[in-house]
Design a protein around this ligand. Structure first.
Ligand SMILES: Nc1ncnc2c1ncn2[C@@H]1O[C@H](COP(=O)(O)OP(=O)(O)O)[C@@H](O)[C@H]1O
Ligand SMILES: [Mg+2]
Length: 603
């Protein structure tokens, strides 16, 4: 009807349609709920109608049977309303909870298939807020909006029909004043979309700050960051509050405004009908019935005026859910599968850009790793080592160039098949809140027999500490493995990788949390693990990579040197310099035979 605001209305419509799609599978329950609402609404005019026979006619004329029937009728009406109300509420909420559960599941599954890019760009708090707060908002807004629209809408229609039936002239006056009310209502509800959206963003950052403190409470305590965190939280908290107050202000202004307008309407009607003193045709009963019907109309009309804001709030929340659901998932268009790769890896003309404003972090890199070969990536932090490792399981897709496994472009493989070829151990070990055994046998290897799990635990030098845990392999590691030390966690991660037994192994600072002693033990296990696999090792401690077949030195995303350890040392270039530096900086570690030591200039 209104010509302007096309974009907003349009997007709102799209969102409604999409939401209705979620209700469709449960249309039977939904329909039942609508029936409940209609029955409930239909009983409303009966209250007004009961007035008429009580007041009309002289006292003696009154039918005593009819009057005696009144209490029974009254109880009857409430009994019907009670049942109808129950059916309505229960069925609608039933549908609502189903839709919430479906949406949550869909979002969660979408999240699982979202590229690493998405996680990089969105804070945990923001994603969690979508899954919790926003989904609830959609449900509550949609449920109450439907109730209001159908139940209150139909109640108003039923009352109006009864009023028309009672007296057309009075109804006409009432109808003239109605649109004025409607107009003022529209005005009040316009602001909601804007406020609603901002509030949701605020709540996202509220959880974000809280999340950071929960995750980093040790750092907060150790560095005395309480003041800063509290101030930050208080700032966002205050902003959320004041935004919410704005919504409350608009809401609470609109309600009395509508009531006032309604009161004016009733006043005008009463006034006009007293003017019509000449109207003999209108009885006391009719008039009172009419006024009661008008009065009964107030609450549903009041709720109807708030329905738009409810809907808007729901739409804003739903949009934020659909925003997540509409983000691209990892591209998984490859169709080829590999049973077990040979493990030859080729990086061809590889260029990678994370953030266009910051430029490429890998510049036209070519690197071939033969099957079964072990290659160490060495270089300053930020030189692109982890990026190379992360491109292989396609956590990111390279901006340019190709990566081949056994001569097949990894994009031609299904993601599942590609990732099945790769075992990954990184510096920050992720453990799930489950038993030690289930953390080792995770995902594809979940069905591994206990004996196998014990074997890899032993190989990863984890058996001793696992045995010492209260329930051994069945000990729960606690949320994110907090009950274990960094070194213990890393050994579990290594055991996990061993159990997966993939032809390609990536170790990205995999032993960085271990002390020299533990590392030396694990080195043997890792060496055994690397034997029949293509391995990409990234290690800060150069002492741990001396035995690899080839060392590739990266600097600012380019290969600056490559070759075996001895050769590179002899060359006296970049690697030799790094090596030398490390021996000056870290005098403590490993005192094994190290021929290179002699070459140190200031020994
Ligand atoms: N997810 C990411 N988003 C944006 N930039 C990133 C991301 N990961 C790494 N970088 C940037 O890419 C460069 C290389 O990082 P990385 O491969 O982690 O180096 P290394 O492992 O050698 O320390 C760095 O400048 C880093 O800031
Ligand atoms: Mg790294």
């Amino acid at each position: 009807m209104t010509a302007a605001v096309p974009a907003e209305v349009f997007s709102g419509k799209e969102t409604y349609k999409r939401l209705i799609g979620y209700v469709k599978p449960y249309w039977r329950m939904f329909a039942l709920s609508i029936v409940g609402m209609l029955v409930f609404a239909a009983t409303e005019p009966l209250f007004a109608a009961m007035i008429k026979p009580l007041l009309d006619g002289s006292f003696v004329d009154r039918d005593p049977d009819l009057v005696r029937l009144m209490p029974v009728v009254l109880v009857g009406i409430f009994a019907v309303r009670g049942v109808a109300g129950f059916v309505n509420t229960y069925c609608l909420k039933w549908v609502g909870r189903r839709v919430v559960a479906d949406l949550r599941q869909e979002m969660f599954d979408h999240l699982l298939r979202s590229p690493t890019r998405y996680y990089d760009a969105h804070g945990t708090g923001q994603i969690l807020a979508k899954l919790t707060y926003n989904v609830e908002n959609v449900a509550s807004a949609a449920t109450s909006a439907v109730t209001t629209l159908v139940r209150d809408g139909f109640t108003a229609i039923a009352l109006l029909a009864y009023m028309l039936y009672l007296d057309a002239a009075l109804s006409a006056i009432f109808l003239l004043i109605g649109p004025v009310m409607a107009f003022s209502i529209k005005y009040a509800t316009k602001r909601f979309r804007r406020y609603g959206k901002r509030i949701q963003e605020r709540v996202g950052s509220l959880t974000h700050v809280a999340q950071e403190v929960i995750d980093g409470h040790r750092v907060v305590k150790a560095f005395g960051g309480e003041g800063r965190e509290s101030a930050e939280f208080s700032r966002i908290n205050e902003k959320t509050r004041s935004l919410q107050m704005k919504v409350i202000a608009v809401e609470s202004v609109s309600v009395p405004l509508v009531q006032l307008l309604s009161a004016v309407a009733i006043g005008v009607i009463v006034y006009l009908s007293t003017l019509q003193g000449m109207r003999e045709d209108i009885t006391v009963g009719t008039f009172m019935s009419f006024v009661v019907a008008m009065g009964l109309m107030l609450p549903p009309v009041k709720r109807l005026t708030a329905v738009n804001s409810q809907l808007q709030r729901g739409i804003v929340a739903a949009d934020s859910l659909f925003e997540l659901l509409d983000t691209e998932t990892e591209s998984d268009v490859g169709t080829r599968t590999l049973a077990r790769a040979e493990g030859r890896i080729e990086y061809r003309g590889l260029k990678h850009v994370y953030d266009p404003t910051k430029g490429a972090v890998i510049h036209g890199l070519d690197l071939v790793i033969e099957r079964g070969q072990s290659v160490a990536l060495v270089g300053r932090s930020g030189s692109g080592k982890s990026t190379l490792a992360n491109l292989l399981p396609r956590f990111y897709d390279p901006t340019e160039g190709r990566i081949l496994i056994d001569g097949i472009d990894i994009r031609e493989l299904t993601l599942a098949s590609l990732r099945a070829q790769i075992s990954l151990v990184t510096q920050d070990v992720v453990l799930f809140n489950d038993s030690v055994a289930n953390n080792i046998a995770y995902g594809q290897t979940a069905d591994a027999p206990r004996a196998e799990i014990e074997r890899v635990a032993e190989a990863a030098h984890a058996l001793d500490f696992i045995r010492a845990l209260p329930d051994g392999f069945d000990t729960l590691v606690g949320d994110r493995g907090v009950l274990l030390s960094g070194g213990q966690r890393q050994r579990l991660a290594i055991a996990r990788a061993m159990l997966k037994d993939a032809p390609i192994l990536i170790l990205d600072e995999a032993t960085s949390a271990l002390d020299t002693e533990a590392e030396r033990h694990i080195q043997a296990a890792l060496a055994a693990l690397m034997k029949h696999r293509t391995t990409l090792v990234i290690a800060h401690r150069l002492s741990t990579i001396e035995h690899v077949d080839r060392i590739v030195v990266l600097d600012a995303g380019r290969v600056v040197e490559e070759g075996p350890h001895g050769e590179l040392l002899a060359k006296g270039g970049y690697y030799a310099r790094l090596h030398r530096l490390q021996f000056h900086d870290t005098p403590a570690p490993a005192v094994q035979s190290r021929p290179a030591d002699a070459a140190g200039p200031r020994a």
